[in-house]
Design a binder for this molecule. Structure first.
Ligand code: NAD
Length: 300
């Protein structure tokens, strides 16, 4: 194993080159790391090649030389799959940094499995969206043993602000809490706009009035205008919001934790999916409320 004190000698495998992974890879490669990239989708590999990255056509070609493996994949089963490939392909001492949003409980189990094989894993899910990924300004919530997090830090630093939250799984637990708080906040803004419209108050002055008081929030400030403009574009897709709320409510169920707010907003997002709106941005929960209450939040 080479030293992590000299970042550009660290061989990095970057697996998962989607809307988040590709700009994150650009920041890792831009910081001088020797990065080999892989995605199962040929079109994602092609896009990464067009951006000038070193892309290989099999996961083994990416994983075999790696000191550090970064994953940015859709969901828990995808990370479990790549973790199995890491176990089969990589050398003892390899560090897996999973930056996807997946189950905290599965993460803790995977970290134990990798440790048993003489490898290490840290979970490092992110908040900040595509904009944060491009700017290298993600909030990175990290779980893992302190020495593993220190090994991960130089590779993570080009992608954003690193905060260690606790042992393996604590990063994913933090991300689940983040998603619960954001989703319920979106619901709160939708309900305020819905009631306002029903009572004859225009949503934009209502939004401005609420921003000046204790109802002010990031959601009201940044997603409220999109709801009012009828801009359903993503941003953060409803399909991912549903996945993240499932992760949170599943962890809640497995730990006997009642979360009525998260369960309720999850059902409302499923209504959006049932109407074919899974690719809308998560602010488009407002469309569900427009149907429920027969109102127009979006300007006509
Ligand atoms: P995405 O669907 O755009 O990209 C995922 C990529 O993983 C795809 O290109 C897919 O082909 C690839 N992939 C799937 N299985 C694979 C495998 N076994 N081996 C190699 N490649 C594989 O998703 P995204 O929006 O980039 O999100 C990735 C993760 O980041 C998700 O867990 C998501 O919840 C989280 N996240 C997304 C955002 C966002 O704004 N999009 C923000 C924060 C966190």
């Amino acid at each position: 194993m080479t030293g992590f004190e000299a970042p550009n000698t660290t061989a990095v495998a970057f697996v998962g080159l989607g809307v988040m992974g590709l700009p994150m890879l650009a920041n890792v490669a831009g910081a001088g790391f020797d990065a080999r990239a892989f995605d199962i989708a040929p079109q994602a590999r092609e896009r990464a090649r067009e951006h000038g990255h070193t892309v290989v056509d099999t996961s083994a070609d990416a994983l075999a030389p790696a000191d550090v493996v970064i994953t940015m994949l859709p969901d828990t089963p995808h990370v479990e799959q790549v973790a199995r490939e890491v176990l089969a392909t990589c050398r003892p001492g390899t560090l897996l940094i999973d930056m996807s949003t997946i189950s905290p409980l599965t993460t803790a189990e995977l970290a134990r499995t990798l440790a048993d094989a003489g490898m290490a894993m840290v979970d490092a899910p992110v908040s900040g969206g595509v904009r944060g990924a491009v700017a290298g300004a993600l909030s990175i919530m990290v779980g893992g043993a302190p020495e593993d997090v220190e090994r991960a830090r130089p590779v993570l630093a080009p992608m954003g602000e690193v905060t260690r939250m606790g042992p393996a799984g604590a990063g994913q637990a933090t991300k689940a809490c983040n998603q619960v708080a954001v989703a319920i906040n979106i619901q709160a803004v939708c309900e305020a706009f819905t009631l306002g419209v029903k009572l004859g108050v225009d949503p934009e002055p209502l939004r401005k009035a609420l921003l000046g008081g204790s109802a002010a929030s990031w959601v009201l400030e940044h997603l409220g205008p999109q709801m009012i403009d009828g801009d359903d574009s993503a941003g953060f897709r409803i399909a991912l919001q549903v996945k993240d709320l499932r992760i949170a409510t599943d962890a809640a169920a497995r730990t006997a934790t009642p979360l009525p707010g998260a369960a309720g907003v999850q059902d409302l997002y499923l209504e959006a999916v049932a109407h074919g709106e899974a690719t809308n941005g998560n602010q488009a929960l407002s469309r569900v409320y427009e149907r429920l209450a027969a109102v127009h939040i979006a300007r006509q």
